[in-house]
Design a protein around this ligand. Sequence first.
Ligand code: CMP
Length: 136
Amino acid sequence: TQERTLVLIKPDAVARGYVGEILARIERKGLRLAALELKVAPNEVAQQHYAEHEGRPFYPSLLEFITSGPLVAAVVEGPRAVAAFRQLAGGTDPVEKAIPGTIRGDFGLETQENLVHGSDSVESAEREIALWFPAL
Ligand code: CMP
């Protein structure tokens, strides 16, 4: 049974030149790219994407960061794709939670600038895919 997840390669990862490395890890795992786009996130999309964090102390800074430059949005497909990509990404805090061998564990130092986003459930994935890829 196939599942879809929404992946963002965040502006820090694009600026540091990790797009190819991250896409390669996704493909090596056996997941499939179903949609792929490089763009600067419009404010409205960023706000809706992070709506659940509205009111948190880091929310304004998070919006500024995620809209600060081009990011890569992707729809990634495969069996248990949601959990599979979260395993590749590692925990949210690249130092305290993500272990070496994961994207964040290998390349990250900051909780905000943590290279990638992956949907946290199938329901979130469907909502986020509709937001980033309305044509899909
Ligand atoms: P992401 O998986 O995209 O989901 C929410 C994002 O908010 C998270 O990755 C981090 O980039 C950011 N974030 C979560 N917690 C914190 C925090 N305590 N301080 C700063 N940024 C955070």
